[in-house]
Write a protein that binds this ligand. Structure first.
Ligand code: DLL
Length: 432
């Protein structure tokens, strides 16, 4: 079902006209109301009146996470605190968190954006949805909660933790939809198996996943193990939280809520605009966000854009599943390695589980890449020959994809750490 037919099926001309109008408004608004933007634009020698076409956005300087950190906590607000109705924060890599705020109007936009993606992913009024994201400062839980509520579903704010209890609730309350990270969905599936449940014991129908990278293979596994239709959903706190883009039932890219988010795809080295189909860094502008204007925010997320029509009838551009981030991209032996590439290979082996850990070390100036995976196939545990062959097969498959040698370490089932939030897959122990 298309939630907002008028907006989601707009012609390209109409959408671009709307985007330009909103871009001009938000740039002028930010310049007048946020000293940070006034200073930045004055220094760059640009004025709001220089924005005459959408392409003119390229005249504006970028905003980065460092800018938010420097203006912590309220330095980028355009309104007095009395106008703010919600505050969230995302964990910073070090030190202070990144604080984001919403006015009533921003909350309304957020809720509508998520509601569109809920409907796109197959969510319905009759659904009973269990939100297994951590309630708190993280935008995931409350953001999706609001969107599901807006479409009229019954929302269970289960939060994270206590997987056995989650499964009990899921079964007893006849949950039809779940919202979580994709890795937690697989953990739920593992626990189901361990506790002797079968997927048929549950009423699951759809799953909205996001906030961390997942491969097509991972979604296929979730679908198979939990008997539900999974969709991938993307967003980030700085822009709004979840609600930026999400997959529809065609699963051919995540539809961007383009009337609220203007997406540019740039070469991360020289920032020239890339054509559709080429991977680059996503730079987003929140076209309507009032509390904390976010104009040309460098997401560091790597994706590609597809503007061709989608079979679902929506006309909005789609972004591909994330290939990684410019800053979690590993360079091992001089080769760019994305954890998502490794994951894709690992999930093609049925003998190993979906949890893995990538460890990078350096010895005598030489990089080593080790992948730890859990053996879940009982028939080969204890059979040295079979284990050795499995490790060798995984190694060969990784070599084909990555073009470098990888050490494969098989470990016991359930011995790797499980995560309720975003999974941490990479341990880089190299000293530079
Ligand atoms: O993770 C918002 C969100 C919550 C999106 C729930 C979807 C579902 P942050 O905590 O600020 O916000 O983290 C944002 O997480 O820049 C990406 O690197 C990563 N990320 C978010 N969604 C996806 C996804 C939320 N579907 C950062 N695939 C972003 C891959 C994702 N990475």
């Amino acid at each position: 079902m298309i939630y907002d037919v008028k907006t989601e099926t707009m012609s390209r001309e109409e959408m671009e006209a709307l985007q330009l109008k909103r871009l001009q408004e938000i740039v002028a608004y930010a310049y007048e109301n946020v000293p940070f933007y006034k200073k930045k634009y004055d220094e760059a020698g640009v004025k709001p009146s220089d924005i005459q076409t959408l392409k003119d956005i390229e005249k504006l300087p970028f905003v980065t996470k460092a800018d938010l950190r420097e203006n912590y906590p309220y330095g980028m607000l355009s309104v007095p605190l009395s106008e703010i109705s919600r505050i969230h924060a995302s964990s910073g890599t070090s030190g202070k968190p990144t604080v984001v705020a919403y006015t009533d109007e921003d909350m309304e936009v957020w809720t509508e954006c998520v509601a569109r993606l809920v409907a796109a992913g197959g969510g319905k009024k009759d659904d009973i949805v269990q939100i297994c994201f951590g309630y708190g400062l993280f935008t995931g839980a409350l953001g999706l909660h609001q969107g599901w509520e807006r479409i009229g579903a019954a929302v269970i704010p289960a939060s994270t933790g206590n997987t056995e209890r989650q499964l009990m609730l899921m079964k007893d309350l006849k949950t039809t939809a779940i919202v979580s990270t994709p890795s937690y969905a697989l953990h739920l599936a593992e626990e189901m198996e361990r506790l002797g449940y079968k997927p048929e014991d549950f009423n699951l129908r759809v799953g909205m996943f996001g906030s961390e990278a997942s491969s097509e293979e991972m979604h296929a596994e979730i679908a198979r193990k939990l008997h539900l239709f999974p969709t991938d959903n993307y967003g980030l706190s700085e822009l709004i939280g979840p609600g930026v883009s999400g997959e529809c039932e065609c699963k051919c890219g995540m539809h961007i809520n383009e009337d609220h988010f203007y997406a540019e795809l740039l070469d991360p080295n020289d920032f020239h605009a890339l054509p559709d189909g080429e991977y680059g860094e996503l730079v987003l502008t929140a076209l309507t966000k009032k509390s904390m204007p976010m104009i040309r925010y460098r997401t560091k997320d790597i994706t590609k854009i597809d503007s061709t029509p989608c079979a679902c009838g929506r006309t909005t551009k789609r972004m591909a599943k994330l290939k990684g981030r410019t800053d979690d991209m590993l360079v091992v032996k001089g080769v760019n390695v994305f954890p998502s590439q490794i994951e894709g290979v690992l999930l093609s082996f049925k003998e190993i589980g979906s949890s893995y850990e990538i460890v990078v070390t350096r010895e005598n100036y030489k990089d080593n890449l080790e992948v730890k995976v859990e053996v879940i196939e009982d028939s080969i545990v204890g059979d040295y020959g079979k284990l050795e062959k499995l490790a060798d097969d995984i190694k060969k498959a990784l070599r084909t994809v990555l073009q470098i040698d990888v050490k494969v370490r098989l470990v016991e089932h359930m011995s790797l750490k499980r995560y309720e939030g975003k999974a941490k897959r990479v341990v880089d122990l190299r000293k530079y």
